[in-house]
Ligand binder design. Structure first.
Ligand code: ADP
Ligand code: MG
Length: 210
């Protein structure tokens, strides 16, 4: 994709199971990037980020479907997101901060749902191949604690939040032990059990070094 070959900005991705703390910290991360690197930061999310991809998000989060269909719908949303929003922002020199990206598909549909990781990786390469995150910040938390935190967050939840602790342990396991080739050195694993202020200190160190 041409728009990703001319990129000037950096692409930062937040990952982790539901309830790990991504939404809690995303504005702090954006502010810290602005302050440390003097750039504009676009905050976005997956699935979603464009009008079309947000419609697909509603379907994937709330409509029962087979797990391979989930992969294909998320991939369609990602293609639109990369072409319409992420690629052009990086070309302008803005940084993009994205709540979830390709590693979520591997962890949820692959680890949680049992879809072959090689098949998912192939689709991801087709859809967003040249666009690699510069840094993935993985909020790591035991599934039991994440479930308790989700309970405290309120709201009705979605199809994924309704999954049991065993599902989220499989998701977590793919995040931690079955990373994409090449992802290891780009991934910063955060202990999300720490309190918010300690996590912010860790985030500051990570961001200054990007
Ligand atoms: N470090 C923390 N310690 C205690 N509670 C936290 C911490 N980080 C987040 N929470 C709480 O946990 C819940 C889930 O956090 P959230 O940021 O929504 O997770 P995510 O976006 O990763 O699904 C929220 O109610 C939030 O206030
Ligand atoms: Mg969130």
């Amino acid at each position: 994709m041409s728009q990703t070959s001319k990129r000037l900005g950096k692409f930062i991705v937040l990952e982790g199971i539901d309830g790990a703390g991504k939404s809690t910290h995303i504005d702090f991360i954006a502010e810290t990037i602005r302050a440390a690197h003097g750039v504009q930061v676009l905050i976005t999310r997956e699935p979603g980020g464009t009008p079309l991809a947000e419609k697909i998000r509603e379907l994937v989060l709330h409509q029962a479907m087979d797990v391979q269909t989930e992969v294909l719908l998320v991939a369609a949303a990602r293609r639109d997101h990369v072409r319409q929003l992420i690629g052009p922002a990086l070309e302008r020199g803005d940084w993009v901060l994205c709540d979830r990206f390709v590693d979520s598909t591997r962890a949820y549909q692959g680890g949680g749902g049992g879809v072959d990781l090689g098949w998912i990786d192939g689709i991801n390469r087709e859809v967003s191949g040249p666009l690699e995150p510069d840094r993935v910040i993985l909020f790591d938390l035991p599934s039991q604690i994440a479930a308790a935190r989700r309970g405290g967050r309120g709201g009705h939840g979605d199809r994924f939040e309704a999954q049991d602790v065993a599902y989220f342990e499989r998701v977590r396991d793919v995040y931690l032990t079955q990373m994409r080739p090449g992802a290891q050195e780009k991934t910063s694993i955060l202990n999300a059990e720490l309190d918010v202020s300690r996590i912010q200190m860790e985030l500051q160190k990570i961001i200054i070094n990007i």
